[in-house]
Design a protein around this ligand. Structure first.
Ligand SMILES: *Cc1c(COP(=O)(O)O)cnc(C)c1O
Ligand SMILES: [Zn+2]
Length: 471
């Protein structure tokens, strides 16, 4: 490999994702784009130097050593597949202890045969979302280069995760930039409780993202948004755990909500690398689900037919799409706040993942998302609205016949139910004003699976009657 000295390990380097450029950089450099052409960067590996096992089963022996934090972490027990940092520099807080659950109830809702629908419950991470998988990796990288402050723009979960790693490790100060009004209290409360320096701007996520890039540049603060290629390395491990739970068998479909498109990009890279290494014999298909109110990927992929195209996606079409968003001052708008993003920073990497994984893109309305979320909850797996886009999307694909009833489908539940209780309570409420205030304005007209509280007087007989009538 033509690469410069790699100060962190001799196995990894950074590489431009544009095949026309392909420039490589030391992993000790802090970059969020290729300095030569502006494309996104990958963390790439010299696999001949890495100690990659012959079989994925090899990783099972780490379970026996789970008193070692690096074997217990659901991210770092796959160290051999992301060896960019020296092990002694790794910062772990026990992320990635997340199970895959067979859930026939949700499978029935989607239209799948029994035994075919699995939920990967990333809400069970230390900060309650999948973001911890990436944060442990970016944070580790930040530490290796000696960063003292780390920043992100966030719709809520990235900031909660960053704030947690900062206060648990005491290695850095967290600086978070959020938009006004949109962030849920569940997420904001985490950032505040964990002591992050919280800057709230008058603007939305896309505005916050642009500002935090400028501020990090100006003040030399380490940026942990998913333009950071190291974050995506940690997020690859979500797929390793899915495979592990399925006895290392590749499912037919991975379905994931699409916001900034970091997850979908990381999943594609995970499978592509495993395939290149001969550790899996085929790739699953990937379905990325936008919210209808934040559907840039859907518009570009399905309406404008933009494709990865061997690393030369149609940049003119993409640019004119964003120019139209700007001139119409279009803002993303969905109840699924974690994916309320119109300018996904990982767009081109996601196109690559869709290419590798024979992918599809769909959009789900807030109505479809909330109904799917209620079904997830009714089967014992609370998630926040954005996460349920995966289940809503799987259902649409099943209806279209793109997914067959006999397909084995894994939906990623990206964040925990308690992240955004406002949406859940409004869905189940008996109070029409409350329903309208939170949901009606977003085109949600009914709560098909509402579990409404029964209101009675403070009277024993009435309470008894209400229980008898309803059970
Ligand atoms: C960040 C986030 C997403 C979006 O993931 P991307 O990688 O940005 O596409 C979806 N759901 C939840 C709960 C999130 O926190
Ligand atoms: Zn480049």
């Amino acid at each position: 490999m033509a690469t410069s000295v790699n100060t962190l390990t001799d196995q990894a380097y950074q590489q431009c994702t544009s095949p026309d450029c392909g420039a490589t950089f030391d992993t000790g450099e802090v970059l969020t784009a290729c300095p030569q052409c502006g494309s996104l960067l990958d963390v790439a590996y010299d696999w001949d130097r890495a100690s990659v096992p012959d079989s994925l089963r090899w990783f099972e022996q780490k379970w026996a050593r789970r008193n070692d934090p690096l074997c217990r972490s659901g991210v770092w027990r796959f160290y051999e597949l992301l060896p960019f940092a020296p092990p002694e520099k790794i910062v772990t807080i026990g992320e990635g202890q997340t199970p895959l659950h067979l859930t026939d109830g949700v499978g029935r809702y989607i239209g799948l045969n029994p035994g075919q629908l699995f939920l990967q419950y990333e809400g069970m991470n230390p900060s309650g979302s999948f973001k911890d998988n990436g944060m442990t990796a970016a944070f580790t990288h930040a530490r290796t280069i000696g960063a003292k402050r780390a920043a992100c723009a966030s719709t809520g979960n990235t900031s909660a995760s960053l704030a947690l790693y900062c206060c648990a490790s005491k290695l850095m100060q967290a600086v978070i930039v959020i938009g006004s009004g949109k962030i849920s209290y569940g997420k904001l409360s985490q950032a505040l409780d964990y002591g992050a320096l919280t800057i709230q701007i008058a603007g939305d996520f896309d505005d916050a993202m642009q500002r935090v890039r400028e501020v990090s540049e100006q003040l030399g603060i380490y940026l942990v948004n998913s333009v950071n290629p190291f974050r995506l390395e940690g997020q690859k491990t979500i797929m390793y755990r899915v495979l592990e739970s399925l006895g290392w068998e590749v499912p037919d479909w991975i379905v994931v909500p699409g916001g900034n498109l970091g997850n979908s990009s990381a999943f594609g890279k995970a499978f592509h690398e495993l395939h290149e290494l001969g550790l899996i014999d085929r790739l699953p298909r990937l379905a990325v689900i936008n919210a209808a109110g934040a559907d840039t990927l859907h518009q570009l992929y399905n309406v404008h037919q933009v494709r990865w195209n061997d690393g030369r996606p149609d940049s003119a079409t993409i640019a004119s799409y964003f120019a139209r968003l700007d001139s119409a001052a279009t803002k993303a708008d969905t109840i699924a706040s974690a994916i309320e993003i119109n300018r996904p920073v990982n767009l081109t990497k996601c196109l690559r993942a869709l290419d590798w994984c024979d992918g599809v893109v769909r959009e789900a309305t807030d109505q479809q998302i909330l109904d799917a979320k209620a079904q997830v909850g009714a089967n014992g797996f609370g998630c926040e609205p954005a996460s349920a886009a995966s289940v809503a999307g799987a259902r649409l694909l099943r209806e279209e016949g793109v997914v067959a009833p006999s397909d084995r489908v894994v939906c990623i539940l990206t964040g925990h139910q308690l992240k955004d209780p406002t949406a859940t309570v409004a869905y189940h409420t008996t109070d029409q004003d409350e329903f309208n205030r939170v949901l009606g304005k977003r085109g949600v007209s009914r709560a098909a699976f509402a579990n409404r509280a029964v209101k009675v007087d403070n009277d024993l007989d009435e309470i008894v009657r209400a229980i008898q009538l309803n059970s």
